[in-house]
Design a protein around this ligand. Structure first.
Ligand code: CP
Ligand code: NVA
Length: 312
């Protein structure tokens, strides 16, 4: 599989085989690190990490993943550069492309990460935008593979804000890889119809099913229940409204019981607001798998950099 020179902006751009390849490479790099073996595939490569929004996991995963493979990461926070304020995105992209070998971007608009890729001429990786969070999905799916030994045919239920970056990216990834995907949310927070239609196309090819429902009964049979914060970064002013809308969709022990399955796991991309989208009790019950998932951010992000930029 050759993904050299490719950007990673949304999972829409990657075939199921390519996504599976990235998951396999992640597992391989994880095993190597556990055995004390680090690579050198990013030796001599300089990587820019642009963050318009804050981050713990994504920033650390790109930093450690890069250094583990012999590369040099450079953090560029929102007050460090003039991206889109004093300098156009196109110009910053062209400058960074002359100095760096790869660029990570976390921020607001998907359009920004797309422009960076278009004008920099080097691989650009999406570390989260308002629309998508594709590297998170790789970590989520690696974790599910570790738990169940497969992805195809699993039932994944996402409950909460059904039109945010996580819901969108989970829907794309699940339907591409044959996971039956349910969004459980009030109608006011259902995903955009155009994206649902695109994903229905993927589902037809992979043999999976999409369900969008506002009824808690839709959780029945879930192998994994997933949630995310009720208010994404940049939407903090909507907190009171969101709590009202989403209170019935909290992941608590009653909701987990409705799966009617003993082996259901709970996933969360983190950070979590306990008491809102998930109770402390459920969070702690599944803490091991949640923190495997957080660790897997590093192995999967490393795999994306190695596959698209490394000498591997
Ligand atoms: N899950 C995730 O992206 O975490 P950070 O916001 O800490 O990067
Ligand atoms: N939907 C969340 C994801 C955080 C990883 C946000 O955008 O803030």
């Amino acid at each position: 599989m050759n993904l050299k020179g490719r950007s990673f902006l949304t999972l829409k751009d990657f075939s199921p085989v390519e996504i599976e390849y990235l998951l396999d490479l992640s597992a391989e790099l994880k095993q190597k690190k556990k055995n004390g073996i680090l690579g050198s595939s990013l030796k001599g490569k300089n990587i820019a990490l642009i963050f318009e929004k804050p981050s713990t996991r994504t920033r650390c995963a790109f930093t450690i993943g890069c250094i583990d493979e012999g590369g040099h990461p450079e953090y560029l926070g929102k007050d460090d550069i003039q991206l889109g304020h004093k300098e156009s995105i196109e110009d910053t992209a062209r400058v960074l492309g002359r100095m760096f070998d790869g660029i990570e971007f976390r921020g607001f608009k998907q359009e920004t990460v797309e422009k960076l890729a278009k004008y920099s001429g080097v691989p650009v990786w999406n570390g989260l935008t308002d629309s998508y969070h594709p590297t998170q999905i790789l970590a989520d799916f690696l974790t599910l593979k570790e738990q169940f030994g497969r992805l195809k045919g699993l039932k994944l239920v996402y409950t909460g804000d059904g039109r945010n970056n996580m819901a969108n990216s989970l829907m794309i990834g699940s339907t591409k890889l044959g996971i039956n995907f349910t969004i459980l949310a009030p109608k006011s927070l259902w995903p955009e119809e155009t994206l649902v239609e695109i994903c229905k196309g993927y589902a037809q090819t992979s043999g999976s099913k999409i369900t969008i429902s506002d009824s808690l009964e839709a959780v029945e049979g879930a192998d994994a229940v997933y949630t995310d914060v009720w208010c994404s970064m940049g939407e903090e002013h909507l907190a009171a409204e969101r709590i009202e809308q989403l209170k019935p969709y909290q992941v608590n022990k009653e909701l987990i019981a409705k799966t009617k399955k003993a082996e259901t796991v709970f996933l969360h991309c983190l950070p979590a607001v306990k008491g809102n989208e998930v109770t402390e009790e459920v969070f702690e019950q599944f803490a091991n798998v949640i923190f495997d998932e957080a660790e897997n951010r590093m192995h999967t992000i490393k795999a994306v950099m190695v596959a698209t930029l490394g000498n591997y």
